[in-house]
Design a protein around this ligand. Structure first.
Ligand code: PEP
Length: 253
């Protein structure tokens, strides 16, 4: 049985007060939840400490949206794995397309971040996904294979239980246009085959692969019902406690 994981990526949204308002409301919404999905909340850096405190007595897990691959030093504005661990972070998102697009996170940088996070005992949500031009050009699988191989090269099967892959087609992020369940399933099955080729079938079969890209309460259940879709990475719809709770609940149907 693969772990189902639903994660909230708040991006550059919510200060400390808004974070605490969300956590109180979300805990309330989830009071009667008896499903098995793991729930991860990834606030901005400045709210991690407050969120850790608020989530302490809850089953929900704290994640961060980025890290630097060095331990410390002259890297103004950056945050290391060790620092994330010190505030109680368990998961970190690596390789989000917004980081790749706006902040120079190349495949090489992504690989360094993955390795640093895993060697620091952080779990990783590795994001991969093609642009619209790449999908239209018929190179979706080529792009996914390149991103997966670059990010995971040098890891061993022992590292894989600490890794989650999020398939996030760039054209579906923040656009309101989600991949169809079949498009998501095809990409997830391809990612699983690629990981099987690198680390073996058993490892690939237990890998959680999330879908991300305009997941909403209205489309979550159908996307999550696909055999290779093991969870969701949610941006916009994770900013409201009630819509995020509805998405988590639809993972158990
Ligand atoms: C994301 O940023 O990871 C994401 C999937 O965003 P949205 O749900 O808003 O498309």
């Amino acid at each position: 049985m693969r772990k189902k994981i639903i994660a909230a990526n708040w991006k550059m949204n919510k200060d400390i007060n808004e974070t605490s308002e969300f956590v109180y409301a979300f805990r309330d919404e989830m009071k009667s939840y008896d499903g098995t999905a793991e729930v991860i909340i990834c606030p901005p850096f400045i709210a991690l400490d407050a969120a850790a405190e608020l989530l302490r007595e809850s089953p929900f897990i704290l994640g961060a949206q980025n890290l630097h691959y060095e331990n410390d030093g002259a890297f103004t504005g950056e945050v290391s794995a060790r620092m994330l661990k010190s505030v109680g972070v368990s998961y970190v998102i690596v390789g989000h397309s917004e980081r790749r697009q706006f902040f120079g996170d190349t495949d090489e940088v992504v690989a360094k971040k993955v390795k640093k996070a895993l060697s620091s005992d952080l779990n990783v949500i590795l994001c991969v996904g093609e642009s619209l031009a790449e999908r239209d050009g018929g190179v979706t699988e080529k792009v996914l294979e390149r991103q997966i191989k670059a990010a995971l090269e040098g890891l061993t099967p022992k590292d894989l239980p600490s890794l989650v892959v999020a398939y996030e087609p760039i054209w579906a992020i923040g656009t309101g246009r989600n991949a169809t369940p079949q498009q998501a399933e095809d990409a997830h099955a391809f990612i699983r085959r690629t990981v099987a080729g690198m680390f073996g079938k058993e490892v690939a079969d237990s890998l959680t692969i999330q879908y991300g890209g305009s997941v909403k309460p209205e489309n979550a259940a159908e996307l999550l019902s696909q055999p290779d879709v093991d969870g969701a990475l949610v941006g916009g719809a994770s900013l409201k406690a009630d819509s995020f709770a509805k998405i988590v609940k639809s993972s158990s149907r």
